[in-house]
Design a protein around this ligand. Sequence first.
Ligand code: FES
Length: 350
Amino acid sequence: MNSTTLQARCEGVITETADVKVFTLRVQGAHTEFLNNLEPGKHVALHYPDTSGTRHQRLYSITRKQGADLFEIAVKRAGHGGVSDHLHATLREGSIAPIQFVAGEISLASVAGCQRVGMLAGGIGVTLPVALLRGLRERSRRGSSVPNVTLLLCVSTIADIPFLHELLELELTTHWFSLQVFVTREAVKSNGHFKQGRPGDKDLSLLDMPETVVICGSHRFAQGLREHTLTMFPTSKLLIESFTPPTALVTTEPTDAQASVRLHLTTNDQMLEMPAGKSLLDMLESSGIAVRSQCRAGICGNCRIKVSDGEYTLEPDFCLSDQDKSEGYALACCTFPQSGTLKVDLNPQA
Ligand code: FES
């Protein structure tokens, strides 16, 4: 991770769908190392207010790089008053957005040398496949070999699909890319590209024993398809990206949401008390305690901690082993304290 605080100036805004805008941003005064790391497929962390004015860090895939310091991100308005809603409503040409870092393990180099690549994307998670496909198209135009790529894209409605025209055009004009869209919340006539419902085993078999599978979407989407993919293609390499944090299990007992929990931070013997219902990462941050974090979705492993005692649930993550968990390691972004007093070691020895 390349961490710093820089400014990005918005140089252009394109409305991609009713809820998705593409912003072209120019980094101001960054050094070469930062600019070299700014690659399509990686992500930038913006530090921007939500609609109530509280600043948060949010990650966005770089969908295109247009020069050393000019790049694009796509932002979807979700309607929850979050950072993306505020960016969607307020970022315009000439506005400034602070960038905290650029990071990510997935880029064109992750897939360019493969023979066969599967991509599974949910909703706005399509931005990462779009970034990689653009890079592959350029390679193909220059005469370099590219893998066969199948993208299975899950969306609520067809009108929600950003970059649909570009994806369809890519499929029509190349021999190496195929697209199948699964629509979950509106009736569609199944035809060559569109299917009603979610992908099943038969649909995943379209990936045809891929060397690498790229999965991107919400935490729940990524977790479900990761399990499915591991079962069907146990030898495939999985590359997973998710920027949607896990959420607490919904309980039928309304009082649980208001139950209070205590956190005993063993490193400095500090005791905190707060309502249950949030992730441990959110709880610690809301108390002003800095925790190493990046993805907030159980992928990067930066928020690794140790917990014991008290009642808590662990949402599935993408990096801890069963042995790690049996030894008490957890990820603060995937840990949801429920009741009692949790002992939390923020700096466990590896
Ligand atoms: S912040 Fe990345 S795993 Fe928790």
